[in-house]
Design a protein around this ligand. Sequence first.
Ligand code: G4P
Length: 291
Amino acid sequence: MAHIQWYPGHMAKAKKEVQSQLSAVDIVLEIRDARIPTASMNPMLDEIIKNKRHMIVLNKQDLADPQQTKEWVKALSGENKLAIALDSKKLGDMKIFRQALKDFTQDIQDKWRNKGILHKSIRVMVIGIPNVGKSTFINQFTKQKKAQVGNKPGVTKGQQWIKIDKDFELLDTPGILWPKFEDQEVADKLALTGGIKDTHFYKDDVALFALEFFLHHYPDAISNHYPINAEDVHPPYPDLLMALTKRMGMLEDYDRASDKIIRDYRDGKLGRMTLDRIEEYQISENIEVSD
Ligand code: G4P
């Protein structure tokens, strides 16, 4: 993959902005893409938020492999950290989320009550890399709750708190962090899922990455969706892309065919597929695999 730039200046600015807001919040809600739970995280986040309560939302679970998501939720939850999978477009998922958030922060409320502090809301900040669904999540979670509660110290001017209910207030604009896409595989995964602008990569490079990945992990996905027999789906991948282009009636327009493959993946038309594999993560983190 070529020409994907990582701007240290952007990263430093984003880090500063987030840090300036942190003192005003009780919990950081980090949104990631359930299809790429590691590629969609910001590598500096733990360092930035330090001991702050941290909830990880694996968003777009409707597009991810359910078995993988189940394992990811387990692997990413731990002390002071809770992961939950969501489809932010689904209102019903917000009820599940609300209850999980309440349970996860109950001890903070209890501590306040014991000190005689009543009627105080837990303040929540949403954070994440571009396109993971931060705005969708905020809109859905705050549906019909647009009563803003004004500026507070430590919050960038213009930002508002939205009162969700008696328990929670949410900062209305999310903190945006940048992914670290120095690694080619991470860049390919971000490009395929829409985490990098389409103008920043060559579509055929990403389509070739996708074909290889699909064949390796979801072998029937290509022949199930495109007019090609399963026995014709094999490397070399450039030949496979050429064959698919022709069979889709696009002659030699490989860019158009690549674009279609990328879009079909993003729209879930090829099936629910997770690009970051839990098995690889468990090996890299030395996590014991559960049955
Ligand atoms: P951001 O603030 O983090 O940048 O992301 P945003 O909410 O703008 O969402 C980016 C895209 O992801 C949007 O699609 C949005 O609809 C989609 N999205 C967000 N959450 C979910 C989810 O849980 N499941 C699925 N399937 N999609 C989700 P878009 O194509 O850019 O716009 P549109 O189709 O909504 O018009």
